[in-house]
Design a protein around this ligand. Sequence first.
Ligand SMILES: Cc1cc2nc3c(=O)[nH]c(=O)nc-3n(C[C@H](O)[C@H](O)[C@H](O)COP(=O)(O)O)c2cc1C
Length: 296
Amino acid sequence: MIWKTSINKMTGTKYPLIMAAFAGLGRTEFAAAFSNAGGLGIITGLNYRLDSFKSELIKMKELTDKPFGINLTVLPPGVRTFDPLKNVTKDDYLKYLEIAIDEGVEVFTTSAYQATHIGERIIEAGCYWFHKCALLRHAISAERAGASAITLIGMEASGFKNPFQHTTLINITLAKRLLKTPIIAAGGIGDARGFLGAIGMGAEGVCLGSAILTTRESPAAQEAKERWRKTDVLSEEYHRQLYHRDLRSTRVLSASIAHQKEEVSIKELIEKIMFEAAEILKLWGLKEDHFTTIPK
Ligand SMILES: Cc1cc2nc3c(=O)[nH]c(=O)nc-3n(C[C@H](O)[C@H](O)[C@H](O)COP(=O)(O)O)c2cc1C
């Protein structure tokens, strides 16, 4: 099945799948594996110091000849600071950006706070700027600031939390009415039905976060991967850790991990999602071997 949405038209990838940003884990080799599997692999820029960032981009181009992107995470105030993100100044973000632009990177994801100063430079350089946010009103601001696409994270997601966040279902369907900018759905997606659900709600692409952390290429510790696969996502304790309104960020992965019970490669996971999505579409009556969300 050939997939064509405004997102993978921008990214040049086989599938409209974007890798999430991961403090600590969004490393070059993992991102290369995601790109080689047909999605847009994302290196979380701040996992590397400025003086070693360029060599990571060179390494990335040796590991994949497919498109890839860079994430620049701007921390919201009051959120616990991950080690790699300590002491990063506003100017440092622009330095990371210039290095990546020089190395030919064309897609940048920003998160989780105001990133307009970064986005303006991305657009000026002729690149694509995908901004990720949790609230619709922030998405509206990002559209006004000129973002090429907006990733909306539902409260099902792992990572940073906003106490006023809605679910992926509400975020995406409302955003589809309110925004003209293409939307990428994030939060709780890890199988073909989740992928198709997001497309049905109006997303043009899907961001995979927790679901890929249990794969073979994920740099997470083996012990953590096994624990995640065994997580009882139906328990009250897990529910509290993921959805509690007072959380500013959560340490547990989203329930999208419940779709995997054994370790597979990132390619196997992505192929399974996209193969099953194609099968479901055929079951629903799609006759063609291509699927597009772009109107003729
Ligand atoms: C271990 C981990 C680290 C993360 N680190 C970041 C980060 O540094 N920057 C960011 O914008 N989002 C971060 N996130 C959030 C993800 O990028 C993404 O928004 C989220 O995982 C999507 O929801 P899902 O986990 O349900 O797929 C992180 C998520 C996890 C699980």
